[in-house]
Design a protein around this ligand. Structure first.
Ligand SMILES: C[S@@+](CC[C@H](N)C(=O)[O-])C[C@H]1O[C@@H](n2cnc3c(N)ncnc32)[C@H](O)[C@@H]1O
Length: 252
């Protein structure tokens, strides 16, 4: 199976440049509604897992990048936290049907660029849930996200490191529905000289609101609600930055 993005190649630097926490309070309140373990899909290096564990959640984390999970494993040990980690492709998700809640944060569902894969993942998550169980799946709103898919090189940011500064930038093209992004990583020493440069080609799909709802319904989910951001504002198709889908498995 083809990987849309080679996360192993950037696992050791991911936490330097991905520092967002805008969704943490939202997910903490979701996991607090659950007594048993929560399934976190595409968990990566645990940007969200650590605060959720800190808030008392029990987590089963799935990711198909060994490198990302190794970083997560080291962070868990350093913080005295524990979670069950599975190096597994979500397209072949095979876990017992024992979860009251599954989450797929940070719009990572969009990295499944083939519609057959998107359908397979929705069906597999459905199987992993208890009757009445919930799935929180997050996506960018394609209407808003499309505005920066324009071939213009943009800087993501400049991040301090022990050696000096990591500069991350990217350019995006396509979007019908697959966006091809070239992400550049440059590490500069304190003298301003370039130490190394790395290129990461990425792909993600701009999935329309209606398409996602219809795929989720096809596998049996009830669409409970859709938020347009992590403050639980109602989804506004023309302006909301996000589509936060709250799906529910039918009761037995
Ligand atoms: C954008 S990162 C998000 C990581 C983390 N959830 C966060 O919020 O920082 C996407 C993650 O999805 C994982 N991933 C991508 N495709 C996958 C697949 N088919 N199966 C399992 N994990 C996958 C990558 O390895 C990566 O760790």
């Amino acid at each position: 199976m083809v990987k849309a993005i080679d996360y192993d190649s950037i696992a050791e630097i991911y936490d330097l440049y991905v520092t967002s926490d805008y969704d943490v309070a939202f997910f903490v309140s979701e996991v607090r509604k659950v007594g048993g373990p929560v399934l976190e899909l595409m968990a990566g290096t645990g940007r969200l897992s650590l605060p959720l564990l800190g808030a008392g959640a029990r987590l089963v984390c799935v990711d198909n990048s060994r490198g990302m999970l190794d970083v997560l494993d080291r962070k868990l040990e350093r913080h005295g936290l524990d979670a069950e980690l599975h190096c597994m492709d979500v397209r072949n998700l095979d876990l017992p049907s024992s979860f009251e809640l599954a989450i797929l944060p940070f719009n990572a569902f969009m990295e499944l660029v083939d519609e057959r894969d998107q359908r397979a993942v929705l069906a597999a998550v459905y199987r992993c849930l208890e009757p009445g169980g919930r799935f929180v799946c997050t996506l960018h709103n394609p209407v808003v996200r499309r505005a920066t898919v324009d071939g213009v090189l943009r800087t993501v940011g400049r991040f301090a490191t022990i050696e000096g500064a990591l500069v991350v930038s990217g350019v995006e093209e396509g979007g019908d529905p697959v966006v091809k992004r070239l992400q550049f990583f440059e590490l500069y020493g304190t003298d301003g000289a370039l130490i190394w440069k790395r290129l990461l080609p990425m792909e993600f799909s701009l999935i329309e609101h209606e398409s996602f709802e219809s795929m989720a319904s096809d596998v049996g989910f009830r669409i409970d609600r859709v938020y347009g951001d992590y403050q639980r504002s109602p989804f506004e198709p023309a302006t909301s930055p996000a589509m936060v889908f709250l799906l529910q498995k039918r009761s037995a």
